[in-house]
Design a protein around this ligand. Structure first.
Ligand code: GTP
Ligand code: MG
Length: 321
């Protein structure tokens, strides 16, 4: 990893104007720079491909192409931040909470509690003590379904003994009105991430617009291309900022009667991009069952129960409603 600043590098054969365009775009470190594909970077800073190729090749040299020992990787992975879901059992299932430097997808049907989980996680993340989360942590909340409710965030904060206004002030919320808007908002995260301190990025309803806008088999390729680009950026944001990115997704109806009745939208692109995929099943009005269905280090065998209460997501045993 190279947290070296772009401005600290002695660039060879790249003009100061190009470097200025890079930093003006909110790309401040070599790590951040390398999260862009050449095509993405060329578009973002509006320069030609040969110019970008030169920049990226030199950035790769600055980054270094060393391999690490497994023990070093283990140390780095153990240091990753873990953010609470609100339920201790759910956190335990996720080996300590939602992992930093990873994409975690929460899949549920209509009214499954996805938005409640997003709001609860945001409230808890911004209220972490400074020794765990640094000073003044913020969350970025991209709301693709227009269901973010400021009053509900304040209620969850109040119920948990936090200051509701301070909590809300640390949410940076944008409603995405269509998939292009959503993609642009995701690209814009770099800009805000360089100005404020962030601990979590939330995209509630990552597929809603794409599903509505691209209908029919012939549109599958552009839709999946657009989704892949968004997920690629989100994973880069998670890695370079060392924070979790959480996404929510609806379950598609499986009317064939064969195979799993739980068929998350987004196909292979979604399946491959997400580090951990978590399924939430509705059990009764406020009770939900949680299962990790795809993860490189969590078994799909265990299921835990959570509840939706005035305080957001909690252990089922703690729900008094
Ligand atoms: P869609 O976005 O429609 O797919 O649903 P979702 O998965 O985002 O579900 P959401 O998070 O909106 O959860 C809906 C559930 O949360 C419903 O069962 C509500 O009863 C419950 N819920 C919503 N607000 C409150 C609240 O203020 N208090 C309590 N106790 N439950 C709530
Ligand atoms: Mg929702």
């Amino acid at each position: 990893m190279s947290e070296k600043l772009v401005t600290e590098v002695e660039w060879k054969g790249t003009s100061a104007a190009t470097i200025k365009k890079i930093t003006n775009a909110g790309i401040l470190t070599i790590d951040q720079l390398l999260t862009f594909t050449p095509k993405e970077l060329a578009e973002k800073i509006e320069v030609t491909s040969p110019t970008v190729d030169k920049v990226i090749l030199q950035a790769l040299k600055e980054y270094g192409l060393d391999f690490k020992k497994g023990t070093t990787v283990a140390e780095e992975q153990a240091k990753r931040i873990r953010l609470s879901t609100g339920s201790k059992e759910f956190d335990r299932l996720l080996k300590g909470g939602v992992e930093g430097e990873a994409l975690t997808e929460f899949i549920a049907e209509y009214h499954g509690g996805k938005t409640q989980l997003c709001m609860t996680m945001g409230v808890l993340a911004v209220n972490l003590p400074p020794n765990e989360a640094g000073q003044n942590p913020h969350v970025v909340y991209i709301d693709c379904e227009n269901t973010f409710k400021a009053n509900r965030v304040m209620e969850i904060a109040r119920e948990r003994g936090f200051n509701p206004e301070e909590t809300l002030n640390r949410f940076l919320v944008a409603t995405a009105y269509n998939s292009l808007h959503q993609a642009e908002l995701i690209k814009h995260i770099d800009k805000i991430l360089s100005t404020d301190y962030f601990i979590l990025v939330i995209v509630d309803g990552v597929l809603s617009h794409l599903r509505g806008e691209y209908i029919g088999r012939e549109t599958l390729a552009p839709r999946q291309g657009s989704l892949g680009a968004m997920l690629g950026r989100l994973l880069s944001i998670a890695s370079s900022n060392k924070i979790p990115v959480i996404l929510t997704n609806q379950v598609q109806g499986n009317v064939t009667g064969f195979g799993s009745p739980f068929n998350p939208a987004g196909g292979h692109v979604m399946a491959h991009a997400c580090t951990h995929r978590v399924l939430i099943r509705t059990k009764s009005k406020n009770s939900r069952e949680v299962q990790v269905i795809d993860s490189p280090d969590i078994s799909d065998e265990e299921r835990v129960r959570i509840a939706i209460t005035a305080a957001g997501i909690v252990d089922e045993g703690d729900a008094d409603e």
